[in-house]
Design a protein around this ligand. Sequence first.
Ligand SMILES: [Fe+2]
Ligand SMILES: [Fe+2]
Length: 417
Amino acid sequence: MSLTGCLPPSCSAIRALSSPPPCSGKRRANAPVVTMASTAKANAPNPPKPKNQFTAPHPVPPQVTHTLPPEKQEIFASLDGWAASHILPYLKPVEESWQPQDHLPDPSSASFHDEVRDLRARAAGLPDGYLVCLVGDMVTEEALPTYQTMLNTLDGGVRDETGASGTSWAVWTRAWAAEENRHGDLMNKYLYLTGRVDMRQVEKTIQYLIGSGMIQPINLAKVEDPRTENDPYLGYIYTTFQERATFISHGNTARHARRHGDAALARVCGTIAADEKRHEAAYARIVAKLFDLDPDYTLRAFARMMRKKVAMPAHLMRDGSATDGSGLFARYSAVAQRLGVYTAADYAGIIEFLVERWGVARLEAGLSGEGRRAQEFVCSLGPRFRRLEERAQEAAAAKGMLDSAPISWIHGREVQL
Ligand SMILES: [Fe+2]
Ligand SMILES: [Fe+2]
């Protein structure tokens, strides 16, 4: 997570900004504008001004949109039957799925209060740093509306056009989101019952994050673009990466919970990690199919995505407090790095895993010159990140003193970063 910012932004993405394609949805300079105001009577009273007007949590920078080449617009529509037989089987029927309630005290049971007391006794031993990681992971899960929206912006026949589309891709996205929805739900309820966190601050963070979306305004002067450009190749590569990242992170919080004596919480995190692994397998399979059909474009898309840096989807998180502000994600990332919940070495490991999973080094047939350069780039990336990570660790060790910062989620207590 802390590696965002290590690599330069994609030059091609910035070039694309100078000439938005006609289908980008941007209004032409002298195109007519139809607004609700045009139907209002001239003497209608102005709407009352709210006392404290809503403002967007983050400025929205210019964005690169709809870069999928025309000849690839129907690729996913043509794979609909394949997805039905090869991707939908990764989903679990609802009746066979775990539900959050399976892991929580039953509020309709006479033993509810005893179960809550036991849960709180176990959670009493969880260190603050661990709680910060758990809250950050939960907030990330709770921003699911953003991720489903992202998938439904993708071109190429992927998006759920109506919210109830019958294509295999739309069926997958809805059912995937329905499975994912249990993750934030379970973690949220569990954390609430522990009594260890400031739930109002956590809830504000979720509201800010969903309102922010996934745009990455790291440096508005340089115009960082959003991650996926509506290109399903980029979108599915990004999602594969994220599913593996969350699998690693939840797996590590499970191990830590067990070490801190909370076996029930370890089961919660482990159960969620298993879902992430299954989702990762499905998305990796989709990208593997793209590598089979279209190795050159898929390889170049992989390199483009890696050059952009894979920003964590929750990097815009904030809680609105005076102390945390927009540095909240950096603090959460630093704690996760220090505790080994999700580290720069994990980031490098994911790249290496995906390079191997998709057989990138062995690709030969059908590669253009640019494809070969992309191959060289992604194959060298994992080791490069590892070297950067080692140097960063050495620098931190040489610095000696560890920084700490207050985090509102745990009632403003200081946590080592
Ligand atoms: Fe999840
Ligand atoms: Fe996931």
